[in-house]
Design a protein around this ligand. Structure first.
Ligand SMILES: Cc1cc2nc3c(=O)[nH]c(=O)nc-3n(C[C@H](O)[C@H](O)[C@H](O)COP(=O)(O)OP(=O)(O)OC[C@H]3O[C@@H](n4cnc5c(N)ncnc54)[C@H](O)[C@@H]3O)c2cc1C
Length: 242
């Protein structure tokens, strides 16, 4: 007799419930690695936005190898995303971060390098909020504001090349890491069911919802709980530059 087919999932029901996965993960035992991190570790960084790239670059500066996984079809940078029409001759359009400021000395140093290379420049136009009816309220700023000359994405690309040459950073893209699993003192990564290597440490460098999802099945209930309890306050608004 053929085996009984499993009951069909009702249509329209989500295949994954974050809440139930998080609840389930609280019942897991916390994974504890007893072996120390080796002297020459390899770190997996999940997310190739500004945070992930800054992390890879900082690790490489200390001689630590990293593999950056990112979903980007068009390039790295995450929310430093730029679209071009006619190879940028007709339009260069930043559809996430449009400008940035530098309040940290180390970031200011990087921004100065971008300015010297002609990748970024100071934006002296006004920036503010445009309301329905056309009323524009400028948002004053005492610190300089910068934009990417050819959009934001080239800045993301510029965060890596030098250290790339040292072979310390590898980029895997497009790749969506769907599972993080402890195994023999290492972290195994999977893209769907495809193994994507094993690493001494993992950095999750993307937003909370996806990070919670990865954590919720990775044997780290305490961390998952902490992440779930983290509250972020959002400011909703639209910024435009004139
Ligand atoms: C519309 C908009 C306007 C903004 N304007 C400004 C602004 O004017 N000034 C400013 O300073 N900031 C602005 N921001 C915020 C700024 O863009 C972000 O704070 C910053 O880029 C976040 O960087 P990040 O590296 O933390 O995350 P992200 O840039 O989101 O990068 C995370 C990357 O990880 C990838 N990823 C996620 N899950 C996985 C996975 N499982 N496997 C592999 N890869 C994964 C994502 O696809 C993404 O590429 C804006 C954001 C938006 C959306």
């Amino acid at each position: 007799r053929p085996p009984k087919a499993p009951p069909r999932r009702p249509r329209g029901k989500p295949r994954f419930s974050r809440q139930s996965a998080i609840k389930k993960s609280f019942q897991q035992e916390q994974v504890v690695f007893s072996t120390p991190v080796p002297a020459d570790p390899t770190v997996a960084i999940i997310g190739g936005g500004a945070s992930g790239l800054a992390c890879a670059s900082a690790l490489a500066a200390r001689g630590v190898r990293a593999v950056v996984f990112d979903t980007g079809m068009h390039g790295l940078g995450g929310r430093m995303a730029t679209r071009m029409v006619d190879d940028g001759r007709r339009l260069v359009f930043d559809h996430a971060a449009q400008f940035f400021t530098a309040s940290d000395q180390r970031f200011q140093k990087l921004v100065d390098e971008w300015v010297d290379k002609g990748l970024a420049r100071e934006w002296r136009g006004s920036i503010g909020e445009l309301e329905a009816g056309g009323h524009f309220t400028a948002i004053p700023s005492s610190t300089p504001r910068y934009i990417g000359v050819r959009g934001m994405r080239p800045l993301a690309d510029a965060m890596l090349p030098e250290v790339y040459q040292n072979d310390l950073i590898k980029v895997v893209r497009p790749s969506w890491i769907s599972k993080l699993e402890p195994f023999n003192g290492l972290w195994r990564l999977f893209e769907s069911e495809k193994p994507q290597g094993q690493y001494d440490a993992v950095v999750i460098a993307h937003n909370g919802k996806c990070a919670n999802r990865l954590l919720s099945t990775s044997g780290l209930p305490q961390l998952t709980r902490q992440m779930k309890e983290t509250r972020v306050e959002f400011y909703l608004g639209t910024t435009c530059g004139i």
